[in-house]
Design a binder for this molecule. Structure first.
Ligand SMILES: *[C@@H]1O[C@H](CO)[C@@H](O)[C@H](O)[C@H]1NC(C)=O
Length: 493
C-alpha cells in the first residue's frame, strides 16, 4: 500500500518535471521567436543597435549603399569641363521661383500688386484667387465713392491685446461684412485697428492704423462719409441685425457659391480658411514704404544669422541666401504668451517632424530652415541639435543618410526677442513701427521657404500659410502641423 502510494507519488512528480521542462522549452522557444520577430523601427534604435543593424545588413549582402566619393575634375574630358564652366556661368540666371520672390519684395503700388498676382502660376494658388482678388479690388475701388455705403473700422477697445494675426483676421471678418452687404471697408486712419503697432514718432508720416504698413483698403476715404452712409465697427450703437447676426467665420456669398460649384462637399471650415487667406492677401499688401524697408532689412547682414556644419567645424555666419533656397523649411515656433490658449510644442518636435518628412522626400526638401520664434532659447536648442549632428557625423552615418543633408543649416534674424506676448514686446523694444516691420520681415522670410512647420492654433502660422499661398502660389507645398489636428478648425476669429 505504502509502496504503491510512493510509486504513484514519484510518478506524479516525474510527470510534473517533464511538464515543467516541456513548458520551459516552449516558453524558451517563444522568447527566442519573439526576439527575432520583433523588428524595431530604425528611428527607435539606440546608437549601438543602429550600428549593429548596419553591420548585419552588410553581412547579409546589402552592399548597395552609395559610397562617399571624392570627385576629381581633372579626370573629366575637355568637353565635360567645358560644360561645367558653362553651367557655373549660367548659375547667375534666375529661375522662376527666385524671380517671383524678388518681385514680391519690389512691389510699390496697388497696380504692381495686381500685376504680381495675375502673373503667378494658377496651379500653386488657392482656387479662384485671381477672380477673388480682382473682385475685392474692384469692390473697394468704385468709379465714384458717391452714393456708396461704408463700414469704418476703428481700433478695438482692447486693441493692445491683439497680436498681428488677430488684427488682420478681424479685418478679414469685416471685409466679409462689407462685401456681403455692399459696403466699402475703410480704416479710420487716425484711430484704426492695430494702432498699438505704430510708434508715436510715425503718426505724422503714416497715421495711426494698419495703413501705416499696408496699401489703403479703398480709393474712398473719410472725406466720403456722411452721417447716414456709414456704420462704425466695432459697433458703438445699434446696427443692422443682418450685420450683427452674420457669423464670424462666414464668407461672402458669391465665393461660397462659386467654390461649392467646384467642390460640392467642401467643409465650412475649409471655406473659412480659404476666405481668411484671400482676404488677408488683399488686406496685408505692404505699401511701398514698408516694402522698401523690408528689402533693406532683408539685405542687411547685421540682421541675419546662419549656423551650419561644414564637415569639419560648426560655422557661424551672417550670410543668409536671398531668397531662401528651394526646398527649405520655415519653422515658426510659437511660444511667448500662447501657453494660455494651447499646449506649446518643444522645438524638438518641430525638428522631428521635419526630419521625418525630409527623410521621405530627400530630393524635394532640404535640411535648411528659417526659424522664427519669440523664444531666444529655441536658438540654443538649434545649436545643440547641430552639435549633436556634428558628433554623430560618420559615427552612425547610416542614421543621417536617409535625409537630404548630413546636418541642418539654421537661419534666423538678429532682432530683439523676449519670450512674452506681443504688446509686452512692443513696450520693451522701443520703436513700435520698427519692431512691427521686423516681424513682417520674419513673415517674408518664412514664406520664401517652401515647406512650413507650425501650429495652426497660432494665428501667425495660419497667416504665413495663407500668404505663401496667395502671394507666392505655394499652396501645393506641405504644411506640417505639430499641434493638435483640431487646432485649425477650432481656432478663434
Ligand atoms: C521708428 O521707426 C520708423 C520706421 O522704421 C521710423 O520711420 C521712425 O523714424 C522711427 N522713430 C524713431 C523715434 O526713431
Amino acid at each position: 500500500m505504502i509502496l504503491q502510494r510512493s510509486r504513484s507519488f514519484l510518478f506524479t512528480i516525474s510527470i510534473g518535471a517533464i511538464l515543467i521542462v516541456f513548458v520551459s522549452i516552449r516558453t524558451g522557444l517563444l522568447t527566442v521567436e519573439a526576439r527575432t520577430n520583433t523588428f524595431k523601427k530604425w528611428e527607435d534604435l539606440t546608437t549601438n543597435e543602429a550600428l549593429e543593424r548596419v553591420r548585419q545588413q552588410n553581412l547579409h549582402g546589402y552592399q548597395y549603399a552609395a559610397p562617399e566619393e571624392t570627385f576629381y575634375e581633372n579626370e573629366l574630358s575637355e568637353r565635360d569641363r567645358d560644360l561645367l564652366a558653362k553651367l557655373a556661368k549660367g548659375s547667375t540666371a534666375r529661375d522662376k521661383r527666385t524671380q517671383t520672390i524678388e518681385r514680391l519684395y519690389t512691389l510699390d503700388s496697388e497696380d504692381a500688386w495686381n500685376r504680381h498676382i495675375e502673373d503667378l502660376d494658377d496651379e500653386g494658388l488657392p482656387p479662384l484667387t485671381k477672380f477673388t482678388q480682382r473682385y475685392i479690388y474692384e469692390h473697394q475701388h468704385p468709379e465714384s465713392c458717391k452714393d456708396k455705403k461704408f463700414i469704418v473700422m476703428e481700433s478695438f477697445p482692447n486693441d493692445e491685446s491683439f497680436g498681428l494675426g488677430a488684427i488682420v483676421f478681424s479685418i478679414s471678418m469685416n471685409l466679409n461684412l462689407a462685401l456681403r452687404f455692399n459696403r466699402i471697408l475703410i480704416f479710420n486712419p487716425k484711430n484704426g485697428p492695430g494702432r498699438h503697432f505704430i510708434d508715436p514718432s510715425s503718426h505724422e508720416l503714416c497715421g495711426n492704423s494698419m495703413e501705416c504698413f499696408f496699401e489703403k483698403l479703398s480709393s474712398c476715404s473719410m472725406d466720403d462719409l456722411t452721417p447716414e452712409n456709414h456704420i462704425l465697427l466695432p459697433a458703438r450703437s445699434e446696427i443692422d441685425q443682418d450685420i450683427m447676426n452674420t457669423p464670424a467665420g462666414a464668407l461672402p456669398q458669391i465665393f461660397g457659391i462659386a467654390l461649392k460649384r467646384m467642390y460640392p462637399m467642401i467643409t465650412p471650415d475649409t471655406l473659412k480658411y480659404w476666405w481668411r487667406g484671400q482676404s488677408i492677401s488683399y488686406i496685408m499688401r505692404f505699401n511701398a514704404r514698408t516694402m522698401a524697408e523690408l528689402l533693406r532689412k532683408r539685405r542687411d547682414p547685421a540682421l541675419h544669422k546662419a549656423l551650419f556644419f561644414d564637415g569639419d567645424d560648426i560655422v557661424d555666419s551672417s550670410t543668409v541666401p536671398f531668397p531662401m533656397p528651394a526646398g527649405s523649411v520655415s519653422m515658426h515656433v510659437r511660444h511667448g504668451d500662447k501657453g494660455i490658449e494651447m499646449e506649446l510644442k518643444n522645438f524638438q518636435e518641430y525638428v522631428d517632424a521635419a526630419e521625418e518628412f525630409i527623410s521621405q522626400n530627400p530630393v524635394g526638401f532640404k535640411k535648411i530652415a528659417f526659424v522664427s520664434t519669440e523664444n531666444p532659447d529655441v536658438f540654443e536648442q538649434a545649436k545643440e541639435h547641430l552639435q549633436k549632428e556634428h558628433e554623430m557625423y560618420k559615427v552612425v552615418d547610416a542614421k543621417a543618410r536617409t535625409t537630404s543633408d548630413w546636418s541642418w543649416t539654421w537661419y534666423w534674424s538678429e532682432i530683439p526677442r523676449a519670450n512674452i506676448g506681443p504688446e509686452q514686446q512692443l513696450e520693451t523694444f522701443g520703436n513700435r513701427t520698427d519692431m512691427t516691420i521686423n516681424w513682417f520681415l520674419q513673415l517674408m522670410m518664412a514664406i520664401e521657404c517652401d515647406m512650413m512647420i507650425g501650429t495652426r492654433g497660432s494665428g501667425w502660422s495660419r497667416m504665413l500659410d495663407n500668404l505663401r499661398c496667395g502671394w507666392l502660389g505655394k499652396c501645393q507645398q506641405p504644411f506640417l502641423d505639430v499641434g493638435d489636428v483640431q487646432d485649425w478648425v477650432f481656432y478663434g476669429i
